[in-house]
Design a protein around this ligand. Structure first.
Ligand code: SAH
Length: 341
């Protein structure tokens, strides 16, 4: 079932004990249905008028053998019957990697976890624009902006996630990209384990590889680069790190690297990186406003300034940048280095 109110105007009877049927009830309501819950087989008699007008019965298997009468009842009244697994009893947490932002780059497993969620904690990266559609019926909590917090501290997020699971809810913590690439996923797993909560991780498509790819840049390319290093630029690199990065000879991918770009570029050049090395800044990958700025590394800071590059962006440094034909032309001087779509 998608996010559109495709059950609007329909009466739906959801059969099953309240706890087991809670996901089905929430989802049908989110899809616009007029829902009548039937919590026990004995209630079917009193619900008969509702049943007569229903166009759909959702039967949740709550283990009660009394529901065996439902199929015959529905057949007799010509009502469609669909079965659904019960919602789990104990709370749990699923960390879902939401990918780089496009709704259709969420994995099938991630989408299934979202569809079953009672509550989703999300923030401003990843496919946040479509969480409501992927998780109809779930309570949605934007931990990027909780009331009273400019930036919600990580420990508070962990506490909210753990508390919801302890209250018996199926919790999804939705993260941009992959949960374990600069996503603090490891800390959230540890918090759940410490609280004795069952936790699983659904990997996601990381921006480190997919955003360069969206701009036509392969992070490895036969004969050009046989390694890539993914680094966080949220703080300036140390001299030792810059020296190693400059000497590696492979592709360097920097996330959160716009603010520290001058230090990164200056440091790599100081440690001997070839000033003619091609580089690119890919902003807002997979969005309508995706943009690539391509230049030689010694011209990258000026090009970024002229183009007004902002976060979120992935910085790619290495010969693979020139593999794409457009970039190669720009770098050869056929077109001025700078912004292009
Ligand atoms: N876990 C995420 C990364 C979180 S750090 C992942 O695996 O992708 C956040 C950084 O990721 C941003 O500052 C930016 O550098 C990068 N990023 C994430 N999505 C992006 C996108 N759609 N376009 C460009 N950069 C993106």
């Amino acid at each position: 079932m998608g996010g559109t109110p495709e059950l609007r105007g329909h009466r739906v009877v959801v059969a099953g004990a309240e706890r087991a049927a809670r996901h089905a009830v929430a989802r049908c309501r989110a899809l616009g249905a007029d829902v009548t819950p039937a919590v026990a087989p004995s209630s079917l008699a009193t619900l008969d008028p509702a049943l007569r007008r229903a166009s759909l019965v959702v039967a949740v298997d709550d283990g009660n053998p009394g529901w065996d009468i439902l199929p015959a009842l529905c057949r007799e009244r010509r009502i469609l019957l669909v079965r659904e697994r019960p919602a789990p009893d104990a709370g749990s947490v699923t960390l879902v990697g939401g990918g780089p932002g496009a709704a259709d780059l969420v994995t099938v497993r991630g989408a299934e976890a979202l569809a079953r969620a009672d509550v989703v904690f999300y923030d401003r990266l990843g496919p946040y624009g479509t969480v409501a559609g992927l998780a109809p019926g779930a309570e949605l909590v934007d931990v990027g902006k909780l009331p009273g917090h400019h930036k919600v501290p990580q420990l508070l997020i962990e506490r909210l996630v753990v508390e919801a699971a302890l209250a018996g809810k199926s919790v999804v913590r939705l993260k941009g990209g992959d949960p374990f690439v600069f996503g603090r996923g490891g800390e959230e797993v540890a918090a759940c384990v410490a609280a004795g909560i069952s936790v699983t991780v659904v990997p996601g498509i990381t921006s480190a590889v997919s955003v360069p790819g969206a701009a036509g840049i392969p992070v490895t390319h036969r004969g050009v680069s046989r390694m890539f290093t993914v680094a966080s630029g949220h703080q300036p690199f140390s001299e030792a790190e810059l020296e190693h990065l400059a000497g590696l000879g492979g592709t360097i991918v920097v996330l959160m690297g716009v603010g520290t770009l001058p230090q990164t570029v200056g440091g790599l050049l100081r440690h001997g990186l070839d000033p003619a090395t091609p580089a690119a800044i890919v902003e807002r990958g997979f969005s309508d406003t995706q943009r690539s700025t391509v230049a030689r590394i010694d011209g990258l800071v000026v090009a970024a300034g002229l183009a007004g590059c902002t976060s979120p962006a992935v910085v790619v440094i290495g010969d693979v940048v020139a593999v794409g034909a457009d970039a190669a032309a720009e770098l050869a001087g056929y077109a001025p280095a700078g912004a292009r779509r």
